[in-house]
Write a protein that binds this ligand. Sequence first.
Ligand code: EPZ
Length: 429
Amino acid sequence: MDKLIIRGGQRLSGKVKVSGSKNAAVAVLPAVVLSQDKLTLHNLPDITDVHTMVSILEDLGVPIRRRGANSIEFRPSMLRGYTPPYDLVKKMRASYYLMGSLLARYGRAEVPIPGGCDLGPRPIDQHLKGFAAMGANIEIERGLISLSANRLRGAHIYLDVVSVGATVNLMLAAVMAEGKTVLENVAKEPEIVDLANFLNAMGASIKGAGTDVIRITGVSELGGAEHVVIPDRIEAGTFMLAAAITGGDVVIDEVIPKHLEAVLAKLREVGVDVEVEPERIRVRGMGELEPVDLKTFPYPGFPTDLQPLMMVLLTAARGTSVITENVFDGRFRHVDELKRMGARIKVEGRTAIIEGGEPLSGAPVTATDLRAGAALMLAGLAAQGETVLSDVEHIYRGYDHLEEKLAGLGGLIRRERRDHYRARSRKPV
Ligand code: EPZ
């Protein structure tokens, strides 16, 4: 696995442009199989998860044509098969969105059970409950989820848990189901709205995306469309926190500030200076930081994906801060790594107590997932001395050239490729 070598102490400054949203891209790409006509997606981020999803579509027989770095044209009428390849599916959890879209297109889908990950258990019971309510037969054997339905029928489904993934999957399944579907207690994330906009552009009839009730009237077929993926609010938040953590002055361009209201409010509460314009945000980490209490919640609450990065900022706020992680069981794998850098953090169940005020020290640390990896990058930029971050492939799954963008803001950060390390390890003893 590659490593990042980071030297701390530089205040970041300058302007950075946010890429397209990973979590919107991995939701709209599976929707491609629903159309009989040509589709074009723009502003796709250049990240591993997008490359994997595009490879899955190609493997299912969908010809693609790249139109520039971040635009791809698809011809899904050539689709054949409903069994995405295991070796690709196992690389990314969001490939389970193909359950909903292949079931809607074909009445069949065979998708490997998604892997867990370092955020704790990640069940899919709400996805399966919704598919069953729409009349799908579901069998789980040999590590495969096999779904089938002559034709899905609309249903009234109430999610027991607010789930982004279940909301996406059930929208994909319902758009061509017979009759009306009502999805209640759904996720309201901007990525859900982006998917609904794309599906409606293809001819779907979806109302209420972004609220907690989505109403869908099934249509007989979907056609072509062009769509521009929304900016990545989590990447934007990552740069906002990078500016705050290094005491820098950074302008984050091409963002939608409305998507970041909870993050803006919390940064102001900590004492970070933020200026908001219609499509950009300027963050200056000027003076003393105040300890705060932070609770993560589904959108529009504070996003769980920025919780690890906020924890790094709070290690610099003199006093006691408390973080409560309400979305995932066990999203504290980054704590042990931060403690190796001198952070004083105690975890009790879903709560982390941070005693801030002492500077972090550079150390060898390991990324356990992409947001923990990003948090450790920021910790390295703020720490005294050098940090060597391992297993950085996690970061490239969801961030488009993150270390280059941070280096462009003055961060002392460079990537060392695995073979370089192998060469060094062969040094004569
Ligand atoms: C999506 O994951 C995002 N991933 C995550 O971002 C994000 O952290 C998460 O939503 C919450 O915002 C993508 O969009 C690809 P959930 P998802 O279903 O859909 C429980 C990142 O770093 N649950 O909203 O898997 C679940 O265990 C990633 O970009 C059930 O109990 O999250 C969790 O506790 C990490 N049963 C809670 O709901 C289910 O059937 C929220 O999970 C489904 C979920």
